[in-house]
Design a protein around this ligand. Structure first.
Ligand SMILES: [Zn+2]
Length: 142
C-alpha cells in the first residue's frame, strides 16, 4: 500500500510552498499525511468517505493556492487507484484483514500497520522478513 502514499508524495513534493516553512519540515508533514491516509484507507476504506478530501484538507496549507487544484487532482487520481487496488485485493483474498502486518508488537498484540507491497510486514517490521531489495523505503533519507 505504501507505493500509493509514495506516489502521492513523489508527485506532490515538487509543488510544495517555498519559503514559508523549512523544506524538510514540509516534506516530512506531507509524507506523514500521505501515509496516515493510506493506512486508514487500508484498514477500512469502505467507511472512509472521501479520502481525497481528507488528505487534501490535511496538506493544502503546504501548497500555494495557485497549485491547489493540481494537488487535489493528483491526490484524487492516486487514491482512486488505491481504492481500486483494495477492492480487488479484498475480492481475491476475501478480507481486508490480510492487508495487515504479520508481526506482533512488544505488548504481544498484532501490529495494525499496513504491509509494504510484496511483503507481509510493515516498514518497521520488515527486518523480520528475508533481506530483499528495499532501498526504496527510505524516501526521506535518500
Ligand atoms: Zn508491523
Amino acid at each position: 500500500m505504501y507505493r500509493y502514499s509514495r506516489a502521492i508524495y513523489r508527485d506532490l513534493h515538487p509543488l510544495l510552498l517555498e519559503g514559508a516553512i523549512r523544506p524538510e519540515v514540509g516534506r516530512r508533514l506531507l509524507l506523514a499525511a500521505c501515509e496516515r491516509t493510506i493506512e486508514r484507507l487500508a484498514r477500512d476504506h469502505r467507511r472512509f468517505a472521501r479520502p481525497e478530501a481528507a488528505l487534501f484538507g490535511d496538506v493544502r496549507s503546504l501548497f500555494p493556492v495557485s497549485r491547489q487544484l493540481r494537488v487535489f487532482t493528483i491526490i484524487e487520481a492516486h487514491l482512486g487507484a488505491a481504492v481500486g487496488y483494495l477492492d480487488q485485493e479484498i475480492a481475491e483474498r476475501g478480507s481486508a484483514d490480510l492487508l495487515r502486518c504479520r508481526a506482533t508488537n512488544r505488548k504481544g498484540k498484532a501490529c495494525q500497520r499496513v504491509p509494504v507491497t510484496g511483503s507481509d510486514f510493515c516498514p518497521s517490521h520488515r527486518y523480520l522478513e528475508n533481506v530483499r531489495s528495499s532501498h526504496t523505503d527510505d524516501l526521506l533519507t535518500a
